[in-house]
Design a protein around this ligand. Structure first.
Ligand SMILES: [Zn+2]
Length: 145
């Protein structure tokens, strides 16, 4: 296989990533057609211990990023947020109800608790408004303003 000879020298360069773009194109073009050189390239790659570990890392990261940004995980995060806040609000409401109906006349304490609950509710409303506004962000509305 005389036509392979020029490419033999390029195989090592390809492994080390030292080829010019033109050389890389040529060797890749040859490797797609020549099983003998492909086998030699694979063997060379194994013996030099270059198992392209780095190139396997990137798809994993991409998959992870895609999962994290997927509508489902966003829904899950929002759901968990709603559950936590909802549960907290329920406890606060229950505590307030129990406290106010307990019959003990401790006005300062009641007022303090009422202030905390009121503050929490304002915060909650603000948070929900912020969320809703984020979802309704529309690039076309921005242009009209
Ligand atoms: Zn060849």
């Amino acid at each position: 296989m005389n036509h392979c000879e020029p490419f033999k020298g390029l195989l090592v360069g390809l492994l080390d990533g030292e080829l010019t773009p033109d050389e890389t194109r040529q060797i890749n073009d040859h490797l797609t057609r020549c099983a003998a050189c492909r086998a030699e390239y694979e063997q060379l790659r194994e013996t030099t211990g270059k198992l392209a570990a780095i190139s396997f890392q990137e798809p994993d990261d991409a998959v992870l990023a895609r999962v994290w940004k997927s509508p489902f995980s966003r829904l899950a995060r929002n759901t968990s947020l709603v559950l936590i806040i909802g549960g907290y609000a329920s406890l606060m409401g229950y505590g307030l109800f129990e406290f106010l109906t307990s019959g003990k006349d401790e006005l300062p304490a009641k007022m303090g608790l009422a202030a905390i609950v009121l503050g929490f509710l304002i915060l909650l409303v603000q948070l929900i408004r912020e969320r809703v506004r984020t979802y309704q962000t529309d690039p076309y509305k921005e242009i009209e303003r």
